[in-house]
Write a protein that binds this ligand. Structure first.
Ligand code: C2E
Ligand code: MG
Ligand code: MG
Ligand code: MG
Length: 301
């Protein structure tokens, strides 16, 4: 019986081991396939850029964020949270970012045609991966794309996450200053998700704080979330930063943020990210505003 038990255990162990390596192989193979597909997509214009509008407190559209979209036919849609890290690890993030920025800049130039750029320009926000700050001449790349698209640098916001500020900060600081000298706006993305972000606000020339969705979710019903959001807004105001809230999903969240002086709003309440054509249509349909949903008439008939 003891022998039998031992055999069973061994057999089991071996099965587990085989299962484990098979899983690993599967994960590694899938990743290799994705990387190859990504490479192919970069060479063959296989990405789309979607745009999510941002509004002011009166629901006027003041700009949009460019978000990468990838739908390889053999896999179906893959989220940027999944393919951006693969692009970062395989040296593809620079060419990928360049195609996204190129398209976003050209579209933004077109959306601004005929507008009074002093009074109500449309600004484009783009995400820059931390990797891009470590190598390459990212500033001159962006500069060239701006010139090619004939887009004013003042209309562009670079969204940067906290990891950028954590690593090799001398180099990062220099890069950020160069972007500022070109006239671009700098935003700290996903504010409230990481560590010691407060000191970064002093150290780096940031114009915009983008409050992460995790500090917006629950704001209307959880006192603690509301208190943190309120503190971030008041901090932003004291430091003369523009404060943007992301992930605004309902009217109660919008109203609370607005009452606390939040400058700009982005989220499903206003609009999901749209295709370029969808964005063009939205801009034309309601005089540049996003109408509030019709309130349901609840008076009994
Ligand atoms: P992010 O920069 O924080 O972008 C906001 C994300 O929240 C987007 O997800 C957007 O679709 C989603 N979102 C917007 N409003 C709402 C809402 O009301 N509720 C909920 N639940 N979600 C909302 P997405 O497009 O999947 O992008 C995820 C992340 O991938 C982005 O987060 C950004 O960090 C990254 N990413 C996207 N495009 C690019 C790109 O071109 N380059 C780089 N480096 N990163 C990108
Ligand atoms: Mg962003
Ligand atoms: Mg964000
Ligand atoms: Mg976020």
């Amino acid at each position: 019986h003891a022998d039998a038990a031992m055999y069973a255990a061994k057999g089991n162990g071996r099965n587990n081991f085989q299962f484990f390596t098979r899983e690993l192989n599967h994960v590694a193979t899938e990743r290799l396939h994705l990387e190859a597909a990504l490479r192919h997509a970069i060479d063959h214009d296989g990405f789309e850029v979607h745009y999510q509008p941002k509004t002011d407190a009166n629901r006027r559209i003041i700009g949009m964020e460019a978000l990468a979209r990838w739908r390889p036919p053999e896999y179906g849609p893959i989220s940027p949270d999944r393919f951006i890290p693969i692009a970062e690890d395989s040296g593809l993030i620079l060419p990928l970012t360049m195609t996204i920025l190129q398209r976003a800049f050209v579209a933004t130039r077109r959306w601004n045609e005929g507008r009074d750029l002093k009074r109500n320009p449309l600004r484009i926000a783009v995400n820059l991966s931390p990797r891009l700050f470590l190598s390459d001449d990212i500033v001159s790349h962006v500069h060239r794309l701006l010139r090619d698209a004939d887009l004013s640098p003042e209309l562009v916001e670079l969204e940067i996450t906290e990891t950028v500020f954590m690593s090799r900060s001398e180099r990062v600081l220099e890069t950020l200053i160069q972007f500022k000298q070109l006239g671009l706006q700098l935003a700290m993305d996903d504010f409230g998700t990481g560590y010691s972000a407060l000191s970064y606000l002093r150290r780096f020339p940031l114009d915009i704080i983008k409050i992460d969705r995790s500090l917006v979710t629950g704001i209307e019903r959880e006192e603690e979330v509301a208190m943190i959001a309120r503190a971030v807004l008041s901090l932003g105001q004291s430091l003369h930063k523009t404060v943007v809230a992301e992930g605004v999903e309902n009217q109660a969240q919008f109203d609370f943020l607005r009452s606390q002086g939040c400058d700009e709003f982005q989220g499903y309440l206003l609009s999901r990210p749209l295709s370029e054509a969808g964005m063009s249509e939205l801009l034309q349909s309601h005089g540049g505003f996003i109408p509030a949903p019709q309130s349901v008439d609840s008076t009994p008939a």
